[in-house]
Design a protein around this ligand. Structure first.
Ligand SMILES: [Zn+2]
Length: 306
């Protein structure tokens, strides 16, 4: 679906009403941000540590019309303090709309700009904030794939026929990828120092694939140590055929995944963050369509918590 078709589809669902309900006024948006923990629900006074209380204020004091106030020492604090919105000018409703539209896979930035009237830079800045939060979340919660008897397909691919911005990624970055055939969950990791020998790959594999998994790969020599590392390992010789006629072993799911990944990181300024966002979205892709957008939106909100 292109941008227009995606928007028409969204407009026809109850999700659109839901988003409208939480963003129709700044007050509703602010309330929602407090509920979701993106704005802090409690605030200790920086001076005396007493719990501060929320009080209405004039627009000259804060455009959010609400501030934290310490009853004993009368100090004030902005309600955006200690949150992802701290120091940001974006209104609460625009912030929520932006996160919502970023949850829609393949909706181009230009469409988001037209829909909510924010600049290209604002979209790009928030994308970076969001993807950095997602990356930190995945590092803290690696959630490995596979498990005893579960088939995992693994492969390496070279990314970046184009040059990524500012030389952060040299041309031809190797990425190790694997997909769980049961859940469709995946991991995509740039190979450290662009190496793909056993010494480099095995620690990544052991962190991201559960012991006892059945791992299908091509015949790349770095994978020879997999059996010793508690996996059942089958390989297929890609220079002869893509499905082993005797065992039926193939890595076509991973091959298909590479096509999706390569499409979704086109134009990314930071390959690693774009890969991380792809992995994050995959965790919410089981149900598809509207649920997928809603789940991704909720997932994004959870990583944006204060
Ligand atoms: Zn105080």
């Amino acid at each position: 679906m292109d941008g227009v078709a995606i928007i028409q589809y969204i407009m026809s669902t109850s999700l659109h009403q839901e988003i409208h309900r939480i963003t129709d006024t700044e007050e509703h948006a602010r309330e929602f941000l407090f509920q979701r923990g993106i704005l802090k629900a409690t605030m200790p006074c920086p001076g005396c540590s007493s719990p501060m209380t929320l009080v209405a204020c004039s627009s000259s004091k804060s455009s959010d019309l609400l501030v934290w106030r310490c009853p004993p020492c009368k100090r004030f604090k902005n309600i955006r303090s200690d949150s992802v919105l701290s120091g940001q000018k974006l209104s609460f409703s625009l912030f929520l709309l932006l996160v919502f539209y970023l949850s829609i896979k393949s909706l181009p930035s230009v469409a988001i700009r037209q829909l909510i009237g924010v600049s290209e830079n604002t979209i790009s800045d928030w994308k970076t904030i969001l993807h950095t939060r997602v990356a930190n979340y995945l590092i803290a919660n690696p959630s490995p794939i596979g498990g005893p008897g579960v088939i995992v397909e693994m492969d390496e691919a070279k990314f970046g026929k184009r040059k990524y911005n500012k030389g952060a990624y040299r041309e031809g970055q190797w990425v190790l990828g694997a997909v769980d055939r049961n859940t469709g969950h995946c991991f995509l990791l740039p190979c450290p120092n662009n190496k793909r020998d056993a010494l480099t790959l095995l620690p990544l594999i052991q962190r991201w694939i559960l012991p006892g998994s059945v791992v299908y790969t091509d015949e790349w020599a770095a994978y020879n140590g997999l059996t010793a590392a508690t996996y059942t390992h089958h390989s297929v010789n890609h220079s002869i055929q893509f499905v082993d006629p005797d065992t039926g072993v193939h890595t076509n799911t991973q091959e298909g995944l590479w096509a999706h990944v390569k499409k979704s990181v086109v134009g990314a300024t930071n390959l690693e963050l774009a890969l991380v966002d792809f992995m994050f979205r995959r965790r919410f892709s089981a149900t598809g369509g509207c649920h997928q957008i809603s789940n991704c939106f909720n997932g994004y909100l959870s990583v944006l918590k204060a």
